[in-house]
Design a protein around this ligand. Structure first.
Ligand code: AMP
Length: 488
């Protein structure tokens, strides 16, 4: 693939109009409060306006959405539509934006509407999990810009409620995530239905071999836009690891949120079930929390996100896929309740904070079993993350709780002894319970009536330091001293 790496100079005085954007668009960006283009915008906008295919390495939080949406709007407004585009309204689609998740699709569509508000282009959003009929009605009325997730778009194509024969611009947003989520075949089926002559824009946070293969087949003489190294965003973010026993994580989170008086915290868990249980636990501790994940209906996810944005929900507990691309501005705190299996996901997670120039804090609660995951993340970042033990939550000082009931299959909330994540992310079988379960005093901020009786010890571990046990606690204590002993 012949590629030209474009390094345009980006200075603080550069304006949106200097990039070639029209008065309607510069007016709207000024209304948004954007005083200057971000680096990805400064590079990508002129190239897209020229009609070039672009391969851009940019993550959420870099301003990439405006980076492709603004020039896309301008090109549609200034280029005559293909002759066929006026034949039938459902054949009118002139730009197709494909993106992996519903939330991301909804955010992009909102951006398209916002940026295009002084133009007369029509936009529609298509994603699964909701009634298809209103989407069919919207397509029947005619749409210029279609923002879609791949699966539901294919449903429409099969039902012939949309046609893509007049598409002039294709955007694949978060292409790496689309491949991770197994959309490659769907994408290829969609590509086969597009006219050969069109402009292609591919945005991806990472460039695996698979992405390069996709780009090779898709892009014609592309300009490559590279805004920053993969982990550049993390430089705006203060990162810290709190070593802690897995069964103390929930109370540590309650303690951090309460003592820091945090008002808006995004917490990541690895499993949907863990997200639900953690949000329930926080609510019982008097901290307004809600979970967002793929098992929730779209209205429930939208409600959760709205509550978080307007401040009625203090803690949003999310899985990686649900959180991907959430546009929450200036989020001050991100907590990794559990580390992700894939190190790149750590970078995506902490990208929710320290965005668009504001600084943020990303904390990771790390138990002994997660040590290999932490090592992989530090290798990716090419540096160590500061470790800080929180007083009262020292690893190895609190006995693991008795577990009388096995954890549900595949579930993990990081609080059951022996249920900590393994390398493969699967739940472990509960370890043998200690002979006697402690009846401990409550930690600061912990709920007084635990949600489930069988985890009561996990909810109320003793505060007094105890002799380290030959289990995950001791291993966590050794986490940053030297080779850890594996938890049982
Ligand atoms: P994105 O990477 O597209 O998800 O954008 C991240 C956030 O940056 C969004 O909340 C945008 O509203 C904001 N944003 C985009 N462009 C600019 C800009 N030029 N100046 C300030 N904020 C921006």
């Amino acid at each position: 693939m012949p590629q030209q790496v474009v390094h345009r100079r980006f200075t603080l005085t550069q304006s949106f109009s200097a990039l070639g954007l029209s008065a309607e668009l510069t007016r709207v960006v000024a209304e948004q409060g954007y005083t200057e283009p971000t680096p990805v915008q400064a590079q990508a906008i002129p190239l897209i306006l020229e009609g070039r295919d672009v391969l851009a390495g940019a993550q959420t939080g870099t301003g990439k959405t405006a980076g492709f949406t603004l020039p896309l709007l301008q090109r549609l407004a200034t280029m005559p539509a293909r002759a066929g585009a006026t034949a039938q309204p459902r054949q009118r689609v002139r730009a197709l934006i494909l993106t992996p998740t519903r939330e991301l699709a909804a955010q992009i569509e909102e951006s398209v509407r916002t940026y295009g508000k002084y133009m007369s282009l029509k936009t529609t959003l298509i994603y699964g999990g909701v009634n298809i009929n209103p989407q069919i009605d919207a397509l029947r009325r005619g749409v210029d810009i279609l923002v879609a997730t791949p699966g539901r778009l294919l449903d429409h194509l099969q039902q012939k409620t949309v046609e893509l024969s007049n598409v002039e611009i294709l955007v694949l947003d978060e292409a790496d995530r689309m491949l991770d989520m197994g959309f490659i075949r769907d994408i290829r089926r969609v590509l086969a239905l597009l006219p050969a002559k069109r402009q292609n824009l591919l945005f991806s946070a990472t460039f695996s071999e698979e992405i390069r293969k996709l780009a090779d087949g898709l892009l014609h003489n592309p300009a490559m836009v590279e805004v920053a190294r993969r982990n550049a965003e993390s430089e705006l973010v203060a990162q810290r690891v709190h070593p802690v026993d897995s069964w103390c994580k929930r109370d540590l989170l309650v303690h951090l949120v309460s003592s820091g008086d945090w008002q808006q915290v995004l917490v990541f868990t690895r499993m949907k079930s863990g997200a639900n249980r953690l949000s329930e636990y926080l609510c019982k501790a008097g901290i307004e929390a809600t979970a967002i994940h793929g098992n929730k209906s779209q209205p429930a996810r939208t409600r959760a996100l709205a509550g978080f944005k307007n401040g009625t929900v203090r803690v949003l507990v999310a899985t990686d896929i649900a959180a991907r691309g959430l546009d929450i501005e200036e989020l001050p705190h991100v907590v990794n309740f559990e580390l992700p299996n894939v190190p790149e996901d750590y970078v995506h997670r902490i990208g929710r904070t320290g965005r668009a120039g504001s600084s943020g804090e990303a904390l990771s609660l790390v138990c002994a079993e997660e040590r290999p995951l932490l090592a992989a993340i530090e290798k990716l970042l090419t540096r160590r993350i500061e470790k800080q033990v929180v007083e009262g939550f020292e690893p190895g000082t609190t006995p693991a709780p008795a577990v009388t009931t096995p954890a549900p299959r595949g579930s993990h909330d990081g609080n059951r002894r022996g249920a900590g994540p393994g390398h493969d992310g699967r739940a472990r079988a509960p370890a043998k319970a200690p002979a006697k379960a402690a009846t401990p005093p409550t930690r600061p901020g912990a709920p007084s009536s635990p949600a489930r009786a069988n985890t009561s010890a996990a909810h109320n571990p003793p505060r007094a330091p105890q002799r380290p046990r030959a289990d995950g606690g001791a291993a966590t204590a050794a986490l940053f001293r030297g080779p850890a002993r594996r938890g049982s």
